[in-house]
Design a protein around this ligand. Structure first.
Ligand code: NOJ
Length: 536
């Protein structure tokens, strides 16, 4: 059975309330979601067929990781053509079909846009490589001569996020900048051709009907034109770091906001901006800039009441001055899955269940990374020769990389590929044997499964009108957090390994939803969360 609540036109939204302020967005890592043709890699037709399952989860939107033509040196974050679809994933017609089907099912669609760098196989970079040192073509990137007697040393000390120097040398002796892999040369946003091209790219997808963008490395687009050495003592918070979170980057987003606003239906953007502290993140969300930004401090917080409360308060206060909503996220394709971060095994599952109820009760929007609703853990025993994350190879294996959170989803059946692809197909990363009990099919048979909890929480969140709005803390014993969201709904979380006595105000409240399955009157079980109140 499919829950159908087709995407309303902006003018039909209750009180004109912007949908993006408290949307729950499901992140689809396309290559690991559903494989329709048996090549081991998820694709758009696979996603199309499974969209009703996403709609039934009760989310508001999907975010697709990059599907553009790409040599896949960094799983599609090395884009060779921003206005097409990689044959690995399907065609432009498939993308259009996914957007239309999603809309019919009441889901909005957010595309990943990758403006900090292109692929080294993008026509621009191929032309730049072939062109003369001071050519127009090379202006679109950062080409410099090296240091040392023969230019044999990189132009500065910047390091790639994936390890090693951020510079690579071409056969003609010139160096080019890549803050990520060598296959991802950084674009020079000070060259007018670059912003112009992205204006066209955004319009291309907006015209196709997408509802917004997730902006990759949003804090990295502006570079100090002098490319000075990085002084390690300089904090990125100053606005003067040579490449992260520079003040000029905001001009780009002011321009993008105007483009988004030209389109009907409240088109939106969510920024991947790894900036924390002070008001730096809020600056991206000023009224004339973009809409939301991932709150990575929440994802990085340890499982204890003190740290979680500090992060929640800091986030809400940091955004209050700007009137922007918070965006909560526990996992994504770049980090170790949270049940593993929270201790793994049974303990990790309990805490992940509690974390889900915490996240979905907080004010603002939330992102669910595919498989989190199944309680999937990080796969830690992948054979090295199958690892594909460039971070693994570039760091000489020191960074294990991100493949462990990208293993294809289990949908059904007793053995791999668990319905991810046709029987007998081999997913691009091997799925653990234990995933037979984690499949969607298996969890649909278990009333107390993680999937059942997510569905119940999302339904209750919708019914109670959770999302945007105030939060007021309740007095709690050490190790517990409790807060009221609406007059009739409160959430309490026990972060400790012991049962804790509930605050008196909650003792007689009806239990709406609990992560533990064993609510004891007056007590909150260890590592659990409960919603108290009544659904309207
Ligand atoms: C952030 C993306 O989430 C990550 O997967 C990618 O490797 C880098 N940006 C570089 O594009």
């Amino acid at each position: 059975m499919t829950t159908s609540h087709p995407v309303p036109a902006a003018e039909d939204l209750p009180n004109g309330h912007p949908w993006w302020r408290d949307a729950v967005v499901y992140q689809v890592y396309v290559r690991s979601f559903a494989d329709s043709d048996g090549d081991g890699i998820g694709d758009l037709p696979g996603l199309y067929r499974r969209l009703p399952v996403v709609a039934r989860l009760g989310v508001d939107a999907i975010w697709l990781n990059p599907i553009y033509p790409s040599p896949q040196a960094d799983a599609g974050y090395d884009v060779a053509d921003y206005c097409d679809v990689d044959p690995l994933f399907g065609t432009l017609a498939d993308a259009r079909a996914v957007v239309e089907r999603a809309h019919q099912l009441g889901l909005r669609v957010i595309m990943d846009v990758v403006p900090n760098h292109t692929s080294d196989q993008h026509p621009w970079f191929l032309a730049a490589r072939a062109a003369a040192p001071d050519s127009r073509e090379r202006q679109r990137y950062f080409f410099r001569q090296g240091q040392g007697d023969h230019g044999e040393l990189p132009p500065n000390n910047w390091q790639s996020v994936f390890g090693g120097s951020a510079w690579s040398r071409l056969p003609d002796g010139w160096w080019y900048l890549h803050l990520f892999a060598p296959e991802q040369p950084d674009l020079n946003w000070a060259d007018p051709g670059v912003p112009d091209a992205f204006t066209r790219i955004l319009r291309f997808w907006l015209d196709l009907g997408v509802d917004g963008f997730r902006v990759d490395v949003a804090h990295g687009l502006a570079k100090d034109p002098l490319l000075p050495d990085l002084d390690e003592t300089q904090r990125p918070l100053s606005g003067q770091h040579p490449y992260w979170d520079r003040d000029e980057v905001h001009d780009i987003y002011r321009h993008w906001r105007k483009i988004l606003d030209e389109y009907p239906g409240q088109r939106t953007a969510v920024l991947e901006a790894w900036v924390t502290g002070g008001d730096r993140l809020g600056r991206y969300l000023r009224g004339d800039e973009l809409h939301t930004a991932f709150n990575f401090a929440f994802l990085q917080a340890a499982w204890n009441a003190k740290d979680m409360r500090a992060v929640i308060e800091h986030t809400l206060e940091g955004l209050a001055w700007i009137g922007a909503p918070a965006t909560w996220v526990l996992s994504n394709h770049d980090v170790v899955r949270h049940p593993t971060r929270y201790g793994g095994g049974q303990l990790g599952q309990q805490r992940a269940r509690a974390a889900a109820l915490l996240m979905l009760a907080l004010p603002g929007g939330a992102y669910i990374y595919q498989g989190e609703e199944l309680g999937l853990e990080e796969v830690t025993d992948l054979p090295d020769h199958l690892r594909q994350d460039p971070a693994f190879a570039r760091s000489g294996g020191k960074q294990v990389g991100r493949d462990g959170c990208r293993v294809p989803l289990p949908w059904s059946g007793e053995r791999p590929p668990y319905g991810f692809g046709p029987p007998g197909s081999h997913p691009w990363l091997p799925q653990p044997a234990a995933w037979a009990t984690r499949s969607v099919e298996a969890q649909e048979r278990q009333p107390d499964s993680m999937l059942a909890l997510y569905r119940a929480a999302l339904a209750a969140r919708r019914a109670a009108g959770l999302g945007d709005g105030p939060l007021s803390w309740l007095d709690t014993p050490e190790g517990m957090l409790a807060f009221r969201r609406t007059p009739s709904l409160a959430c309490a979380v026990n972060f400790t390994d012991e049962p804790l006595a509930l605050p008196l105000v909650l003792v007689d409240q009806p239990v709406l939803l609990t992560s533990s399955g064993h609510p004891d009157a007056g007590w909150l079980p260890p590592n659990s969360a409960t919603w108290y109140g009544t659904a309207p």
